[in-house]
Structure formats: structure tokens, C-alpha cells
Design a protein around this ligand. Sequence first.
Ligand code: 5RP
Length: 221
Amino acid sequence: MSQIDPKLAQKQAAATAALDYVEDDMILGVGTGSTVNCLIELLSSVKLKGAVSSSKVTEDKLRALGIEIFDLNSVGELDLYIDGADEIDDLGNMIKGGGGALTREKIVAAASKRFICMVDDTKTVKTLGKFPVAIEVLPQARSYVARKLVEMGGEPVYREGFVTDYGNVILDTYGLQIDNPAQLEAQLNNIVGVVCNGIFAAQAAHIMLKASEQGVDTVKF
Ligand code: 5RP
């Protein structure tokens, strides 16, 4: 008999908890990643008006379910954005971008009233930074930005063979000291050639749904 992967079961549990916040006739902001994929599988039980997607991958999955995709420019502010994260601290600050969709994710999150973050308990941290910070960079600026990141104490690694939905490249940056996530987020954005970075402090989560072996905890920030 095949056994369900416990991590997958936790992602499904967090996604099931997130579904409680989704209402009929909503235009839902939908993130990207394996946890979000669990949520997408549940969305046919809701009569959404449609969705704004944070990536082409998510868009394809939503379309396959018959969910209408709206351009963010045509819908104004969204009530709700739901996504996963790579790390989250006890204030709701996150590192995201493991899947490389950080820029579009941050845009949709910024345009939403509430951000619900679904994680398992291995992703909660006291201080962000064990997971590398993905930094989306215009291709021409890659080496320049990498040098600036080294000056800041980071160790940028070019994500080879990966191009973002916007045609840019990613530097996964290890070793950054993230004592003040909002400050570092702004500082990274200030480097010429940086499109976006994976620290989500200005767009921190409002609610975390944290799955563990014991069940799903709801944490409001
Ligand atoms: C993609 C992301 C994802 O939300 C993050 O990487 C978590 O993914 P998963 O749910 O697969 O663990 O930021 O850019």
C-alpha cells in the first residue's frame, strides 16, 4: 500500500485551511509553488469569479480548471492573496522566490488587502536568512549586481538555465545578515539592475497557516 508523503499531507492540510478564507464571486490572488498547487486542486469547490495569477505555471493550472484569469491592471485591489513561502519569521516577514516567481508574487501581494501564507513548521524561523534570498536581475546587470552583493557580505549564485516570466535572471544570495528585513529589502532594491528581491517585509503575511504533525495553527500578525 502506498503511503502519503507527510510533507505533502501538511501542505494539503494548510491548503485546506486556506480554502476557508476563499469566498464565492471573489477574484483571488494565487501564488506559486507546491503548496499553492495543493490549494489549486481544491479551488473547484468554490465558485470564484476568477483569479489573478503570480506566474505562468499557476495560470496554466488555473485555466485547466476553467478558472478565468484576470490581468491585475483590470481589477484594482484584491481582497485576498494566498501563497507559500520558503521561510517566515514571527512577524510575518518572509523569504520567497524559491520557485523564481518572486516579482509577480510581490506585485500581486502588494495589490491585495490580505496575504495568507501557507507553510509547514520547518519553514518558521527566528531570523530569516538560512534560505538564500532570490534576487531577480536584468540580464545585463548580472555581474555588476553580483559584485555589489559580495560587498554587502552576500554570496550570490547565478541560477543557471532559469529565466523568469519577465525574461530576467536570478541570483540566489546566501549569507546575507537579515537583522532588519524591511531595511535590507529596500537596500537590495536600490542596487541598479535589481528588479525585485525575495525578502517580503513590505508585503509581509497577515495570516500564517502553519501545518505540523499536530494539525494547522492559525497565526495572525
Ligand atoms: C515561489 C515561491 C514559493 O511560494 C516558495 O518557494 C514555496 O514553495 P513551496 O510551496 O513549493 O514550498 O516563493 O517563487
